[in-house]
Design a protein. Structure first.
Length: 164
């Protein structure tokens, strides 16, 4: 039986971190790391992000969104938000509505509401080869140990059923 794959884009923190988080989830087939822009006026510039190709029968969209929100500063409107836009990028109007609804439900998990927005996907630019699979290539490096490894520990702790 052929799997039905879906895709969604996520932006929040550094795309190296985001790539590592989603690459370590069951049901995620591929993570493309780079920059995404939208047709929405607030998101036409490129921002660090990933495209996640996944099997919704193994990992549902609402779980992906919750993990995304929990693994970056989703409720912080810091000064670097143009480079690190807290976003969910969708590939259809139906998906846009679904993500907005899920985001509204997940807001209850936070003391302050997330600044995350749902945008229609417009363009993607893949990062340079040397930066793809960054965590796998630099696992022992200071950046990975300080920022990425704690996020992967959170996955194992809170989302063990979905962690590889």
């Amino acid at each position: 039986m052929q799997q039905t794959m879906a895709k969604v884009g996520f932006g929040g923190g550094c795309h190296w971190c985001t790539e590592a988080v989603f690459s370590n989830l069951k049901g995620v087939q591929k993570v493309l790391q780079g920059w995404i822009s939208s047709s929405h006026p607030d998101a036409i510039t490129y921002s660090e992000a990933v495209i996640v190709k996944y099997d919704p029968a193994i990992i549902p969209l609402d779980v992906l969104i919750e993990i995304h929100l929990m693994t970056h500063s989703a409720s912080s409107n810091h000064s670097m938000r143009s480079k690190y836009r807290s976003a969910i990028y969708t590939f259809s109007s139906r998906m846009q509505s679904e993500c907005e609804s899920i985001l509204q439900q997940k807001a209850t998990l936070f003391d302050k509401p997330p600044v995350t927005k749902v945008y229609p996907f417009k363009r993607f630019k893949l990062n340079k080869e040397e930066y793809l699979d960054y965590y796998q290539k630099n696992r022992e490096g200071a950046f990975c140990q300080r920022y990425i490894t704690p996020k992967l520990h959170l996955l194992l702790e809170k989302y063990a059923d979905y962690s590889k």
